[in-house]
Design a protein around this ligand. Structure first.
Ligand SMILES: [Zn+2]
Length: 382
């Protein structure tokens, strides 16, 4: 639904405070505004009441997912057989991704090495895959647990890089002259939780306070105008302090240690089909706003050239909603002038439950956009 005026915004916020829905887009009730698309999930028991309220208040709406459990099962449409096998066109459990990172380093020793950049809250090793010693583009996926297509893309990217090196002209040029550092799953504990307990989990699994309130939104925990939502049960809880979370700390430390060589930062999320650049914490424009806008426009055009998928691009705050403590803004303020966030497919039809059959087309088109950005960084970054 899309509120048309302030009355509808107030109505939706009141409704949300009484039924406490799981916000899919935007991620929290605070971001509801006139003319923004609002998607949320309510329980089966609440559905009739919510629908009645929406109708009484003449709020135009559409039920996209009638049966969440069915949709969750339908998401794994990449073949029912041999699910124990690793596949690029499936969503893979963390154990499979972890052994995949090892295999990539063993099979492609000249192109890929694996390093551990830290440990998660539950003490799982966090891996990063890297190539050589040149200008660097740092990429991370899966900072939000339920956005599975994001991690699927990072795996796809590494596979494409090693398989097309030497054949594809653009990829060969990129890998000869640039290094990619790729964190395929940033929020590993949360990712595992979405496989085993709660498919709709977003945050990490921090339980420092030993309360019922588990998890910090890692993309609100970076030291960029940090301090958004202090309410612990919130899906966008910013943590006790900037970089309070081991996952955030590991990535931030690694980037700080390699700042001289890192020229680009790209983070992958879903969903909405957006390509965003800083800032998110203010409506002020970054010094190279026009340049980033040009690069984003080119990337989005490259992306849509394959299947005509439409993306919107722009600075984060005016394009979606203002948010503090994001890795995007932090990376930029650290001096990485080419920082981007992708919100991958779709626009809400499946939301976080994008079926496996869409992994390949989503990754193929996104590759074109990433190559465009990387090519630009290669030719422009000092
Ligand atoms: Zn996200």
């Amino acid at each position: 639904m899309r509120p048309q005026n302030e009355e509808q915004v107030t109505f939706l916020k009141d409704l949300a405070s009484s039924v406490q829905p799981d916000f899919w887009h935007p991620p929290s009730v605070h971001h509801i505004a006139v003319q923004t698309d609002v998607d949320f999930r309510v329980s089966a028991e609440q559905a009739n009441y919510v629908q009645m309220m929406l109708e009484q208040n003449k709020m135009k709406h559409e039920i996209i997912v009638h049966n969440l459990q069915e949709e969750i099962e339908n998401q794994l449409d990449g073949g029912k057989h041999f699910r124990e096998k690793y596949r690029y066109t499936r969503y893979n459990e963390w154990e499979k991704i972890a052994s995949w990172t090892e295999k990539m380093a063993t099979n492609y020793p000249k192109l890929v090495s694996r390093i551990q950049i830290g440990k998660t809250y539950e003490e799982r090793p966090m891996y990063l895959l890297k190539s050589g010693k040149k200008k660097v583009i740092f990429m991370d996926c899966g900072i939000h647990a339920r956005e599975w297509i994001s991690s699927a893309f990072c795996q796809w990217f590494v596979m494409q890089a090693v398989r097309t090196y030497g054949n594809d002209k653009v990829m060969t040029k990129l890998l000869d002259n640039l290094n990619f550092y790729v964190v395929p799953v940033l929020n590993i504990d949360g990712y595992i939780w979405t496989w085993t307990q709660d498919r709709m989990w977003r945050k990490n699994r921090d339980n420092k306070t030993n309360s019922d309130c588990i998890g910090t939104d890692l993309n609100r925990n970076f030291n960029a105008s940090w301090g958004g939502t202090y309410y612990m049960p919130s899906k966008i809880y910013c943590g006790a302090s900037a970089e309070s979370e081991p996952e955030t700390k590991a990535v931030a430390n690694f980037i700080r240690d390699h700042l001289a060589s890192i020229k680009g930062y790209i983070s992958f999320h879903s969903y909405s089909q957006l390509l965003l650049f800083p800032y998110g914490y203010t409506n002020a424009k970054v010094p190279n706003h026009e340049e980033l806008e040009r690069v984003a426009k080119g990337a989005v055009e490259a992306l849509s050239s394959l299947y005509n998928t439409k993306y919107v691009y722009g600075a984060a705050a005016p394009t979606i909603y203002p948010c503090t403590g994001s890795s995007l803004d932090w990376a930029y303020d650290m001096g990485i002038k080419y920082s981007f966030v992708f919100e991958l497919r779709d626009r809400g039809r499946h939301g976080f439950l994008l079926p496996e059959s869409k992994i390949a087309p989503t990754c193929k088109e996104t590759m074109l956009a990433v190559k465009h950005i990387a090519n630009y960084i290669l030719s422009s970054a000092q």
